[in-house]
Design a protein around this ligand. Structure first.
Ligand SMILES: C[S@@+](CC[C@H](N)C(=O)[O-])C[C@H]1O[C@@H](n2cnc3c(N)ncnc32)[C@H](O)[C@@H]1O
Length: 234
């Protein structure tokens, strides 16, 4: 699989970081969330209408969201796209005969034609893309009018519970677990810092509406630690 070149310096660091942790990524997700991450993806996928169309899983990583969408009848075929080739390799190992393909690509310049997909989804990728509005516009470009977008993300917390969660677990426990289980403290400190530097749910919704989406439906998980939002392309 060809890699992705011509990325800005900051993106190259993020790409290298995900490449380093790819082999332990699923394990860390399960441990750090006490397996809640699987449940959040399953519930989030239910925000999409049932259907058998072509679906993009952007920043697919190891394909956990795309696999949930296939299993729950929200797509006939998943096209996974990620700029980390090691993450894609770890993901395709889980394919087991399912209708799943993988392509290396950058979220701001997707390697797909206009209106190529009925559904697009992103789990925990949006805050890494550098420009939330430009990436929402790029997602809109590859969706057909009336198509659906699902985003699952850790948005910058504004309420006390998620704020307290990130100030304790996010800042202290996650980097420690990352260092012990993946040998990479920096990657799990980045998780905390990227959440603090990202948009809130209300700012995210404004970007989605500006990018050409409508009818947002939100779901909060675990007291607002994580959120899913589904919107429709107009
Ligand atoms: C936190 S992981 C999420 C993986 C998967 N969606 C999941 O639910 O576990 C974020 C993923 O986004 C990818 N990513 C980050 N920035 C990207 C970009 N600009 N273009 C494409 N993929 C990107 C990373 O390589 C990584 O696999």
């Amino acid at each position: 699989m060809a890699g992705v070149n011509a990325l800005p310096a900051g993106s190259k660091d993020v790409q290298a970081m995900f490449g380093r942790i790819a082999g332990r990524y699923d394990l860390l997700n399960r441990v750090l969330s006490a397996r809640l991450d699987l449940r959040w993806r399953r519930i989030a996928v239910n925000l999409l209408p049932e259907g058998r169309g072509e679906a993009l899983d952007l920043a697919c990583g190891t394909f956990d969201l795309g696999l949930a969408a296939l299993r729950q009848g929200r797509a006939a075929r998943i096209h996974g796209c990620d700029f980390s080739v090691p993450m894609l390799a770890a993901g395709t190992a889980k394919r087991r005969g399912l209708a799943l393909s993988a392509a290396a690509g950058d979220a701001l310049r997707l390697p797909y034609a206009d209106a190529a997909f009925d559904v697009a989804m992103v789990a925990y990728g949006w805050r890494n893309f550098g420009d939330p509005l430009a990436s929402a516009r790029e997602l809109r470009r590859v969706l057909r009018p009336g198509g659906h977008l699902l985003i699952l993300e850790f948005f910058r917390p504004v309420r006390w519970f998620p704020k307290a969660f990130y100030a304790t677990f996010g800042r202290g426990v996650f980097p420690l677990a990352g260092s012990l289980l993946a040998g990479d403290r920096t990657a799990y400190r980045y998780l905390h810092d990227s959440v603090q530097g990202f948009v809130s749910t209300s700012e995210a919704e404004r970007h989605l509406l500006t990018a050409g989406f409508a009818a947002p439906r939100w779901q909060a998980f675990s007291g607002g630690v994580s959120h899913a939002v589904a919107v429709q392309a107009v």
